[in-house]
Design a protein around this ligand. Structure first.
Ligand code: SAJ
Length: 441
């Protein structure tokens, strides 16, 4: 005869009560530009928070109350560490004491444009060692639809533990826009979808304690797809406007004027701008997580592939413009001094990941140009074939050609237009400035 088992309160009710009374011990794995702000928000909401990261340098800085993430001031972090609300460790054994874990690790692409799931897998392998009943796990890393239920869930399941009853699993896309003063972790609506309805409910209750708006959806796949739609939308529209720029260039039409006038339409239009290519660690990458998955399902993501091709062509187009501009000045690219203004992947930030400036510099160097650059946010540019340091903007005055790749606010464009012999402007930074020495995208 089976022994009488005293029915325990449903695990969900116990966990939800811990969350609502803020007695839950919150964990965040991956303390980068997504994880650290999330950890801080939950600590500020009154939870005990433990951050886990592989980098002892990162955890050491956090435990010293020093922030290395632009969106979090040390003055905001230090009190939380001092009062013991937030601590960081490299030891995953801390998971044994946690009630919730958010996974915020990178999801890059391999060179073959296949998803690199190694960070998610290794984080889950470590979490699984200390994982216990009653936990809520939420994956935040951008990934293809199906990852949470097909990759993460099997790594957490243990004999006798059933998802949605004994533990809870969700996906919630990170929407952090580094440097955005208006939208920060706390006030960006938070989409969350669970493996089961009970998971979604717990995930929603969790985020509601620290964030302003929660948007529950019916499954992890929907939540995974939301993020991919958001960023694929941007990537394809940037590709469209880059193709429009190529058309306008061929027809001698000022594409910037076209976009400015189209933007007067008060509905049904959203301006995007042409540029030297597509940089960053989100937009050039996220859509290929989607196209990789759809290929598995036998569907060709043709818009993504085409936009990827067009965006990938822009650095070549820019280098051709530079070559033609030098040619018009009877100067070969070979041996000419080309000065690059701005190498970060977008204005007023320091990140150079996937920056089109890297492609432009490599292409010019292959054609024999001598390259220098100025970027107040990027003091040094170390790449496989060369090692450059940012030079004063005055260097532009002595160059055979200046190319504006990233239109940082810190540049003095009036001085540049008056001082440079020849300028290729890929960002319309010299809008309204005329001169036969200025060539626009
Ligand atoms: N770009 C263009 N033309 C445009 C817009 C962007 O060429 O009209 C280029 C940029 O120069 C850059 C690349 O595209 O090289 C990406 O720029 P981005 O403005 O999309 O900035 P990201 O990569 O920082 O994207 C992030 C994303 N945030 C998240 O994924 C959480 C994206 O969803 C945001 O919409 C974007 O920030 C934002 O709006 O700032």
């Amino acid at each position: 005869m089976s022994e009488l088992t005293v029915p325990t309160a449903p695990v969900a009710a116990l966990l939800e009560e811990k969350i609502r009374t803020r007695r839950a011990h919150v964990g965040v794995v991956g303390l980068g530009y997504v994880g650290l702000p999330l950890a801080v928000e939950f600590a500020k909401a009154g939870f005990q928070v433990t951050g886990i990261d592989l980098s002892a340098e990162k955890t050491g800085q956090i435990n010293a109350g020093v922030s290395y993430v632009g969106d979090i001031a040390s003055s905001e972090l230090e009190p939380l560490v001092r009062e013991g609300t937030l601590r960081a460790t490299t030891d995953f054994a801390a998971v044994a004491e946690l009630d919730t874990v958010n996974i915020c690790v990178p999801t890059p692409l391999r060179k073959t444009k296949d998803p690199d799931m190694s960070y998610i897998v290794s984080a889950c392998q470590e979490i699984a060692k200390y994982f216990h009943a009653g936990m809520l796990v939420i994956l935040e890393s951008t990934t293809y639809p199906g990852t949470t239920d097909e990759v993460v869930l099997p790594m957490l399941e243990k004999p006798g533990l059933r998802v949605g009853r004994d533990f809870f699993l969700c996906f919630s896309p990170e929407r952090v826009d580094p440097g955005n003063a208006r939208f920060q972790t706390r006030n960006i609506p938070k989409v969350v979808g669970g493996t089961t309805p009970a998971c979604t409910a717990i995930g929603g209750a969790f985020y509601s304690q620290a964030l302003q708006k929660v948007v529950p959806v019916s499954s992890t796949q929907v939540a995974e797809m939301v993020k991919l739609l958001e960023n694929t939308f941007r990537m394809i529209n940037i590709g469209l406007v880059n193709e429009i720029a190529l058309m306008c260039d061929r027809m001698g039409i000022n594409v910037w004027e076209v976009i400015e006038a189209a933007s007067t339409k008060p509905f049904g239009f959203m301006p995007f701008y042409p540029g030297p290519g597509l940089g960053g660690h989100c937009i050039p990458i996220d859509p290929f997580y989607l196209s990789w998955k759809t290929k598995q399902a036998g569907i060709e993501a043709r818009f993504i592939e085409l936009a990827g091709y067009i965006n990938g062509q822009m650095p070549h187009f820019v280098v051709d413009k530079i070559q033609n501009a030098l040619n018009d000045a009877a100067k070969p690219v070979k041996g000419s001094h080309v000065h690059v203004m701005g190498v970060a992947y977008k204005k007023d930030i320091e990140d150079v990941r996937e920056s089109p400036a890297l492609d432009v510099i490599l292409l010019l160097e292959r054609r024999g140009a001598r390259i220098t650059y100025s970027d107040p946010h990027v003091p040094r540019l170390h790449m496989d074939r060369f090692d450059l340091v940012s030079e004063p903007m005055e260097t532009a005055a002595s160059a055979d050609c200046v190319v504006i790749i990233t239109d940082h606010s810190a540049f003095d464009y009036g001085w540049l237009a008056a001082s440079a012999r020849l300028i290729v402007d890929t960002r319309n930074a010299l809008k309204g400035v005329s001169g036969s020495h200025i060539v626009r995208l």
